[in-house]
Design a protein around this ligand. Structure first.
Ligand SMILES: Cc1cc2nc3c(=O)[nH]c(=O)nc-3n(C[C@H](O)[C@H](O)[C@H](O)COP(=O)(O)OP(=O)(O)OC[C@H]3O[C@@H](n4cnc5c(N)ncnc54)[C@H](O)[C@@H]3O)c2cc1C
Length: 529
């Protein structure tokens, strides 16, 4: 069987290697329009920042080594420009502008995604970059070397934007982030993103939220970035990380079906509307396991998994793909930000009824050195407790907790399953009540009505004359700041000071992380923030 794979990085290279591992006889041609295959896109920001020191480390495989090990005909700088489905051929352009045709029995498209570059005035000025591949990386690295930028502007606060913010900061630049939305990191809710905002500001990053860039222009040797509201900031380098779009031009020209989300439509076996052509990775859309609706998901894990499945299916298997819930993680300076499944805002958009709970446990036993706080928000079905999503912002131990949540969500588990996960425990690693179990316990209390939380949006909308805000922290903590209008009665004094509480208002109790606020509940008629 002759198999052509278009795209030689995450999905494409995985497919090629797996096909060879399963079938020694298949003829495999791997087409890649760039110079490199199988490189670490995810590592590019860290090479720019100097954390990864050697450029060679970015290459998981070279074309030559891959070709030798897997007997794959690797053709870099060979761009597929047309698929003739009737004749089952691909027209290929070499960098020399020569074109030729190659026939296939099966074709796999793994063309990835391309960065969005809106047609703003001045967008093509030198010093403005997008980051997608090694060539972009080399350009940015060279520019930093030759210009030593003092001021960097990142447009777009997704995970690549934030990784670049950190890495340019490491290189000595003063960094500003401009974001059209009201928060960084779109996959998490505003309440969780606020923790990241604070951390970025603590690191000296200027955060311009709800600001859209209108134009770029020259300003001396540097650049001027002007917002729609007329405000402008100066920059020596600009990184655009506004988002990406699935690279579907080949598929569209071949009249393969493109789905409603804009990706190549595939069936459960990752076959396109032409059964001889499969598609994987950033270029496809696939139904979300919770909403059932197709969505685009630009992550390396799913691309690799789909590559493995497609390799087997191309060779005759019938393995279905189950879909991705979008589990992701990013390092943002000292913080780790992770999410899986659906946050509150997506559930609201989808009109799925849900509840949420947020807790702030420590990464490991508080009495063992270096325990760090983390915030975990989970979303779940009000009646069944089915877990819809999880978000964690913290420092240490975020990665293992998000993966546990992802596992439960992927297996359609509930908040009750979170309590059953058995975590390995010793003081340096966790607590006897692990944060994931705690998230389950709190959610159970909420769902069964044992606690009655009020969410910050609800509280904000209640008039002050109808609420009594009771801060049960210590006077020292209270002196550092509290909710406007709150009255401080420390929890340990509360039993003796009950007379100070009003009888005609709902009392909203709160503390630092929810534990002391919750401890008030049996004693007084209150609700918990
Ligand atoms: C800077 C950066 C950081 C990232 N960090 C993370 C991370 O931390 N975690 C994570 O999960 N994901 C991360 N990602 C996303 C992840 O890299 C992608 O989801 C994944 O690579 C998608 O795999 P793919 O095979 O679909 O596309 P890609 O790996 O992008 O490969 C597509 C390839 O197809 C080639 N191609 C396109 N059209 C043609 C054509 N017509 N002919 C020949 N070749 C063609 C392209 O040149 C490209 O090399 C990051 C991406 C970037 C850019």
């Amino acid at each position: 069987m002759k198999i052509i794979i278009i795209g030689g990085v995450a999905g494409g290279a995985t497919t090629a290697a797996r096909i060879r591992r399963v079938d020694e006889t298949a003829e495999i041609i791997l087409l890649e329009k760039g110079k490199y295959i199988s490189y670490a896109n995810c590592g590019l920001p860290y090479y720019i920042g100097g954390v990864i020191e050697e450029r060679d480390k970015l290459f998981v495989q070279t074309p030559e080594a891959f070709s030798t090990r897997f007997r794959v005909d690797v053709r870099t700088e060979n761009e597929a420009i047309f698929i003739d489905r009737k004749r089952k051929t691909v027209t290929i352009r070499q960098s020399s502008e020569d074109t030729y045709e190659e026939s296939y029995d099966k074709l796999v498209i793994s063309t990835g995604a391309s960065p969005v570059r809106p047609p703003l005035p001045g967008i093509d000025l030198s010093g403005i970059f997008t980051l997608r591949n090694v060539t972009d990386t080399d350009r940015i690295k060279e520019y930093i070397k030759s210009h030593a930028p003092q001021k960097a502007v990142i447009v777009g606060a997704g995970f690549i934007g934030l990784e670049m913010a950190e890495n340019l900061h490491t290189q000595g630049a003063k960094v500003s982030i401009v974001e059209m939305g009201n928060q960084v990191m779109a996959p998490i809710d505003f309440s969780m993103a606020s923790l990241v905002h604070q951390h970025l500001m603590d690191k000296g990053v200027n955060l311009y939220l709800e600001q859209a860039v209108a134009s770029f222009s020259r300003e001396g040797k540097g650049l001027k970035v002007t917002f729609k509201n007329g405000q402008s900031i100066s920059a020596d380098i600009v990184i655009l990380s506004i988002g990406v779009r699935p690279e579907t031009s080949l598929a569209r020209a071949a009249e393969l079906t493109i789905g409603p989300a804009g990706g190549i439509a595939v069936n459960d076996y990752l076959q396109t509307s032409d059964e001889s052509i499969y598609a994987i990775g950033d270029a496809i859309e696939f139904r979300h396991p919770i909403t059932g609706k197709p969505w685009l998901n630009y992550l390396a894990g799913p691309a690799n998994r789909q590559g493995r499945i497609v390799a087997d299916n191309v060779l005759g298997a019938k393995i279905p793909y189950e879909g991705s819930i979008g589990t992701s993680i990013a390092k943002v300076f000292d913080m780790t930000v992770a999410s899986t499944g659906l946050p509150g805002k997506r559930l609201r958009q989808e009109e799925i009824d849900y509840m949420s709970s947020t807790i702030h446990p420590a990464s490991h036993a508080g009495y063992y050195p270096d325990a760090m706080p983390m915030s975990i928000k989970i979303t779940f079905d009000k009646k069944t407790g089915r877990l819809y999503g999880g978000q964690i912002v913290g420092y240490d131990g975020v990665d293992k907790r998000i993966d546990e949540l992802a596992l439960v969500i992927k297996h359609e588990g509930t908040i009750y399953d979170l309590m059953k996960v058995e975590q390995a425990y010793a003081p340096p690693f966790s607590s006897a009540k692990d944060p994931v179990a705690l998230a389950g316990y709190v959610a159970e209390d909420i769902i069964t009505g044992k606690t009655n939380p009020v969410y910050w949006r609800e509280l904000r909308d209640i008039e002050m004359e109808n609420k009594f805000l009771l801060d049960v922290r210590t006077p020292d903590e209270y002196s550092l700041g509290s909710l406007p209008g709150a009255v401080n009665i420390p929890l340990d004094e509360l039993r003796d000071r009950l007379a100070e509480l009003p009888k005609d208002k709902m009392i909203y109790t709160f503390c630092a992380v929810g534990l002391r606020g919750l401890s008030c509940l049996p004693d007084i008629d209150s609700t918990w923030i």
